[in-house]
Design a protein around this ligand. Sequence first.
Ligand code: HEC
Length: 121
Amino acid sequence: MTRGGVLAAAICLVGLALGAKMTATPVHARHTAPVVTDRGAQLYRVTCLSCHGPRGDGHSLYPVPGMAAPALSHLDPRRWTKARIIEVVRAGSPPMPAFGSVLSGADILRLARYVRAMERH
Ligand code: HEC
């Protein structure tokens, strides 16, 4: 075997060893993000977070000019009653889309409660 061949074989062996080490890592050790069990929080993550931001502060993950979403974490509770939050989510408020035809009334209520809880953090 040439020198280059020996070197290539050695690199392959190291690669194999590293690969074996990586696959041997338990799955749970690689997924360390907290598991969200609250349904309101889950719904928020799936339907609202992209625009209103992970903390509800309006810092979108994918900012689009002209589509800036307001912060939900500091809504004035006197102006933004739960009923009004439900209405905005149900009917939308352009450019925010309406969710009345894709979410159940119970889920919209859970979201309104979740938004309410955000105001206190
Ligand atoms: C495509 C981006 C987008 C998504 C997704 C979205 N929103 Fe919005 N949201 C907006 C924008 C933009 C406004 C401001 C609308 C306006 O100016 O009337 C808004 C306004 C609001 C308001 C009124 C607050 C205010 O100060 O005007 C509430 C409450 C709200 N959104 C909650 C939600 C909830 C809950 C979800 C998830 C079901 C959601 N939004 C999903 C973009 C979005």
